[in-house]
Design a protein around this ligand. Structure first.
Ligand code: AMP
Length: 190
């Protein structure tokens, strides 16, 4: 299996690149943000709880997203591999993911980090908010909170994969095709 963690702050381009990667490599896209928004649109209890936190830019509890990922791994036993997008976002989530994959005799192949500076992120997210309809993209205060959550809780996850010698970082500024080419090169070396 090719199991890729696409890493980077909100607005780095993970969703866009994931779409291209699943098309080319036939992988399953697991975005915890998308899964949570699905729960919200279905009006589930989990969605209602998560919405409050998401609207203010705070991470939802680890056990909620770990449970969702565990279900998706079980539901896709024959997959060629997975792209994890927006997950793991804490070291506890990364440890849990290792455990889930290990129990299936699998592991993470690579983490690819998209590097984009905070000012650029803020501009991109505000622009995206005009079309995305996402409440957390529309408000500069919430955007700054999401970036702070990333720097405080998520950035340390890079160290987790560096220790396993799986971390690669690329410049997240450039054309979609340029960035895709850089990610693809890393995948080919695997
Ligand atoms: P995203 O679509 O990845 O930008 O996620 C939107 C929001 O969903 C985040 O700001 C968090 O509130 C929540 N979320 C998504 N993925 C996670 C995760 N792995 N851990 C905790 N919260 C998450």
């Amino acid at each position: 299996m090719l199991n890729l963690v696409l890493f980077g702050p909100p607005g780095a381009g993970k969703g866009t690149q994931s779409q291209k990667l699943i098309e080319k490599h036939g992988l399953i896209h697991l975005s915890t943000g998308d899964l949570l928004r699905g729960e919200i649109s279905q009006g589930t209890e989990l969605g209602l709880e998560a919405k409050k936190l998401m609207d203010e830019g705070t991470l939802v509890p680890d056990e909620v997203v770990i449970g969702m990922i565990s279900n998706k791994l079980d539901a896709n036993k024959d997959a060629k591999g997975f792209i994890f997008d927006g997950f793991p976002r804490t070291v506890a989530q990364a440890e849990a993911l290792d455990g889930l994959l290990d129990s299936k005799g699998e592991s993470i192949s690579r983490m690819v980090a998209l590097e984009v500076g905070d000012d650029e992120l803020e501009n991109r997210l505000l622009l995206r908010g005009k079309d995305s309809g996402r409440p957390d993209d529309a408000n500069p205060e919430v955007i700054r909170k999401r970036i702070k959550e990333y720097n405080d809780k998520t950035a340390p996850v890079a160290g987790f994969y560096k220790k396993q010698d799986k971390f690669k970082s690329i410049n997240g500024i450039g054309s979609i095709e340029q960035i895709f080419g850089a990610i693809d090169k890393i995948i080919k070396t695997y």
